[in-house]
Design a protein around this ligand. Structure first.
Ligand SMILES: [Zn+2]
Length: 456
């Protein structure tokens, strides 16, 4: 299976300790000096090229803040030189469109500018008012205008933007297009086009209405670009009935199903991988029959601010993602790639993606032996790392864990292995300290050590 990294430009930090770095968000401003965009991504590309990663997707690839087309082209070309690809992750009717954040107030490729100048193309909410998505800190800050998928003028604008970006950046490796998961247009035309089926924050009918046309334009400009259709769903979700021609005999669906077979459909598995609210992903599951002939990507937010916390140690979840994806016959697996592998837990998560995607029948014991042991001072030590790294939510066990780490590192001389152990010690030490502060607060600020220990 292919391996992909998914990233937002504003929170991708492959070089740490840079002023303006952000650790999370959606639709944030870019906070660093512009050249850090290129440095972060070139560093990521170098590492990816050496560790089996095939592609890196970027939301916010085009911003004047980090040199617009020139900055984007530079990292796309660099990736091609290194044998992998950068692909654009772009909202179609939301998330700012192709040119995510222009300086020019009349930029011809910005969805925001277009909707400001063409208010008749705005999506409408249930009350018939223009639809905006207000992202709120810590999940972002922008107020994004959303477009109406039934408006032919907007449709032409979207297609022109896609055509322009592949012409302006011939090294671009593909596009992950997404209609939006933050609200859908409720105008009469949109409701009729969806055949009366209700649409909440996501509409598979909206996707079917535009993805084939975008795919055609991409392929006309670039013979090898990846065409990736984001679905925002797991393929087992009930909503995927909309991909069944027997249940949804629409012309749009027929167009979607007639896309070339090398088109990717992208799914996500966080809830099913963790069994949230009884959801599951049983072995032997298959993508909807109507989509079986396409290529498929399964993505997850493992080891990020969205699930489990940034830098959480999650090779076992990644192993299961790979095992179940391979079992289902999928083509690729994707994870967030925003953090530096200097953070050892992130490094092991990334290496797990490569290890288990290469052979999904491999075991965690094999990962410890083959991948972790050479990086941590031997197999016994590596086994202990895997057991200690998951103690982040068990603060009572952390003092003993730190004591053990001190004993382990006494026998290690390689500075890179030491650095990984020191990362883990710091990672756990911070969580212990934070648990102490919360306990102290709960008992009214008292420093009574026994009472704090009881509350942790
Ligand atoms: Zn509409």
């Amino acid at each position: 299976m292919k391996r992909l990294f998914w990233t937002w430009d504003h929170s991708t930090n492959w070089i740490d300790n840079v002023p303006g770095s952000q650790e999370m968000g959606v639709a944030n401003l870019y906070g660093k000096d512009p050249d850090w965009f290129m440095t972060d991504y070139e560093t990521a590309i170098d590492w990816a090229a050496e560790h089996g990663i095939d592609a890196i997707g970027v939301v916010g690839l085009l911003r004047e803040r980090h040199r617009g087309v020139d900055g984007a082209r530079r990292i796309c070309a660099y990736a091609r030189e290194k044998g992998l690809r950068i692909y654009l992750i772009a909202g179609v009717y939301a998330y700012g469109g192709v040119f995510y954040e222009p300086y020019r107030k009349d930029d011809p490729h910005s969805l925001e500018v277009f909707l400001r100048d063409n208010p008749d193309c705005m999506a409408l909410d249930k009350a018939g008012k223009p639809l905006y998505r207000q992202f709120k800190i810590p999940g972002g800050h922008k107020r994004d205008a959303q477009g109406c998928p039934s408006n032919p003028k907007l449709r032409q604008f979207v297609l022109d933007c896609v055509d322009w970006v592949f012409k302006a950046i011939p090294e671009l490796g593909g596009v992950q297009m997404e209609t939006g998961d933050v609200g859908t247009c409720q105008c009469e035309r949109c409701r009729a086009r969806r055949g009366g089926r209700p649409a909440g924050s996501i509409s598979l009918e909206d996707m079917a209405g535009i993805y084939p046309a975008i795919g055609e334009i991409v392929r006309a400009r670039s013979s090898d670009a990846w065409v990736i259709c984001e679905t925002y769903h797991h393929f087992l979700d009930d909503a995927c009935a909309a991909f069944d021609p027997a249940k949804n005999p629409s012309k749009d669906l027929a167009n979607l199903l007639s896309m070339p077979a090398d088109t990717f459909f992208q799914w996500k598995c966080d809830r099913r991988l963790r069994g949230v609210k009884g959801q599951s992903w049983p072995k032997g599951s298959r993508v909807p029959a109507s989509l079986a002939r396409f290529r498929h990507i399964m993505r997850a937010h493992t080891g990020t601010q969205w699930w489990g916390g940034r830098d959480s140690f999650e090779p076992e979840l990644i192993r299961r993602q790979c095992e179940l994806s391979a079992d289902a016959g999928l083509t690729a697996v994707s994870m967030f790639g925003e953090t530096s592998p200097h953070r050892a837990n992130a490094e092991f998560n990334y290496l797990a993606l490569d290890y288990f995607a290469t052979d999904p029948s491999r075991t965690m014991d094999g990962f410890v032996r083959d991948v972790m042991a050479p990086r941590l001072g031997g197999e016994t030590a590596a086994g202990r790392y895997a057991e200690l790294a998951v103690l982040k939510d068990e603060p009572r066990k952390i003092p003993a864990a730190l004591d053990e780490i001190a004993r382990i590192v006494a026998g290690i001389s390689d500075y890179r292995a030491l650095s990984r152990w020191f990362f883990l010690a710091d990672y756990l030490g911070i969580r212990r300290w934070e648990a102490e502060q919360r306990a102290k607060e709960r008992q009214g600020g008292s420093n009574d050590a026994k009472a704090i220990e009881d509350l942790i």
